[in-house]
Design a protein around this ligand. Structure first.
Ligand code: AMP
Ligand code: MG
Length: 487
């Protein structure tokens, strides 16, 4: 078997999904196959890396053992509830167990319409395919939990968006595709039985330790809250803006999912948003922690019937679980940001020091990623590059002095702090103007920039002097002002 499928979601009741075959594309061609990931998933690489594999990953042929389906879910989109969304342009082929026995979904995105496509065409334009490939692999290399990219294919068909564009098919790998919106789908129908089945399934797949708890479902809720709080803290530390943090785009596993109009910060502006459709800035950088809590509250509501026999007990339990979010988030955020400036075992005063740096960065509109890179260089003597980023030179000079003194007090001294900084601060992030460059070339079927950028982003922490231009923020004429869903 090309894919050693071991499917479980399809064994859930029929209300959970709709069985759907992919619709073939005209003239598929490989853009990229992720051989490393294929190996980890124990796929038959020789077969996959052939015209048969191409037929599988473009939706033109069903691999043996696949049981293709589109998952049902609901969701709050920009605050408004839609009781029926579902995979409108995604088809789950099935699940495989990786070399460590962990279960993964293999899903085609852009493989044609499903029962949930509503007015959509079920297709993906090439741009979003390339963006998701690069962003999800970059996040993985940065150590941020994320879905993965197994393949990108040129479909040979045109899709109609604002104008006609070349189409693509993306193969996504996720530890599952259950979302907050999956729970909301059954809650909206007051279908308590299926909520219980979904909760049991999610628990077995992601939070088996919850079974040890007196109320296992509270353990499940606690687990999702913890993973999401830690995930959002990781986003903040790398300057990632998801862009459409609707409840249907928030995973139960705690992986970053559904890369749409997402983007990384260049200069540090906490109110930054890129997505064209997010006019109010609901999903701006600084709003992500609160929005995640809002989404988790929607999840908790769906679980209420399972959290206690009496309604008031269930509400109390949900409230106390949600109350733990901010502590988990805050301690992950503080530890993460303090590590970025080389401080271990952070204390309150350290966090205040980081916050004053962030203030100076905001005031000077300083590049988020370069700040921490140049700070590292400042420690070894090259201060001018770092201070040159800022507007308030006196203030940043004072800050540097305080920072040096603090760093020396680390256990292991200054050197241990610098080693920590090297480990957590990326040299390369998927900068928006670079992604844009890749997409523009890709549309003309030139994938050289895609491959070059992918390779760089797979090693984000190692300095490569020949690639210095990939470290840099955009020139004024290269700045990407807005990103579009493009679906
Ligand atoms: P998103 O927030 O982009 O993940 O998508 C929101 C909803 O719209 C999901 O139910 C998607 O499956 C659906 N959708 C997005 N693009 C398309 C498309 N081209 N065809 C059909 N459904 C789509
Ligand atoms: Mg989505």
């Amino acid at each position: 078997m090309p894919f050693p499928f071991d499917n479980s979601y399809v064994r859930l009741p029929a209300d959970f999904f709709s069985k759907t075959d992919a619709t073939p594309v005209s003239a598929p061609q490989w853009i990229m196959l992720n051989r490393e990931l294929a190996k980890d998933l124990r796929l038959d690489l020789a077969l996959l890396d052939s015209s048969t594999g191409l037929a599988y990953l473009s939706g033109n042929q069903n691999p043996l053992g696949a049981e293709p389906l589109a998952m049902a879910y609901a969701g709050h989109q920009f605050g408004g509830f839609s009781p029926q969304l579902g995979d409108g342009r995604a088809i789950l082929l099935g699940e495989v167990l990786d070399k460590n026995g962990r279960r993964y979904d293999i899903q085609l995105k852009g493989a044609g319409p499903t029962a949930y496509s509503r007015r959509g065409d079920g297709r993906s334009a090439l741009g979003p395919v390339l963006r998701e490939y690069l962003l999800s692999e970059a996040m993985t290399a940065l150590g941020v939990p994320s879905t993965r990219a197994l393949a990108a294919v040129w479909s040979g068909d045109q899709v109609r968006r604002e104008a006609y564009e070349p189409g693509g098919v993306f193969t996504r790998v996720a530890s599952s595709h259950m979302r907050v919106g999956t729970f909301q789908y059954f809650a909206a129908k007051q279908d308590h039985e299926n909520i219980r089945l979904l909760a049991d399934y999610a628990m077995d797949r992601h939070y088996p330790e919850a079974r040890e708890r007196q109320n296992a479902y509270l353990g499940l809720l606690d687990g999702v809250i913890r993973n999401q709080a830690q995930l959002i803290a990781r986003w903040m530390q790398v300057g990632f803006i998801h862009g459409v943090l609707n409840t249907d785009n928030m995973s139960i596993s705690g992986e970053t999912i559904d890369y749409g109009p997402c983007a990384f910060l260049d200069d540090y502006d906490p109110a930054k948003k890129f997505s064209y459709i997010d006019q109010q800035g609901r999903y701006a950088y600084e709003n992500q922690p609160a929005i995640a809590h809002w989404n988790l509250t929607r999840l908790a509501e769906t679980l209420l019937p399972l959290l206690g026999d009496k309604e008031e007990d269930a509400i109390e339990a949900a409230k106390s679980a949600l109350g733990r979010y901010s502590d988990i988030f805050q301690s992950a955020l503080v530890a993460g940001f303090c590590a970025k400036v080389g401080i271990k075992d952070a204390e309150e005063a350290d966090w205040l020091m980081v916050q004053s740096l962030l203030e100076l960065m905001k005031f000077g509109r300083v590049d988020f990623t370069l700040t921490f890179r140049y700070l590292l260089q400042a420690a070894s003597g090259d201060e001018a590059r770092f201070t040159g980023l800022f507007k308030d030179l006196a203030a940043i000079g004072d800050w540097l002095e305080r920072w040096r003194a603090r760093l020396a007090k680390n256990e292991g001294g200054t050197d241990s702090g610098l080693a920590l900084m090297r480990k957590v601060n990326p040299v390369f992030i998927p900068r928006n103007h670079r992604i844009e460059e890749v997409i523009q070339a890709g549309i003309k079927q030139d994938f050289e920039p895609f491959h070059r950028l992918l390779k760089i982003l797979q090693n984000p922490f190692s300095e490569q002097c020949k690639l210095a231009e990939y470290e840099n923020p955009p020139q004024p004429d290269e700045v990407v002002q807005a990103t579009f869903c493009g679906t």
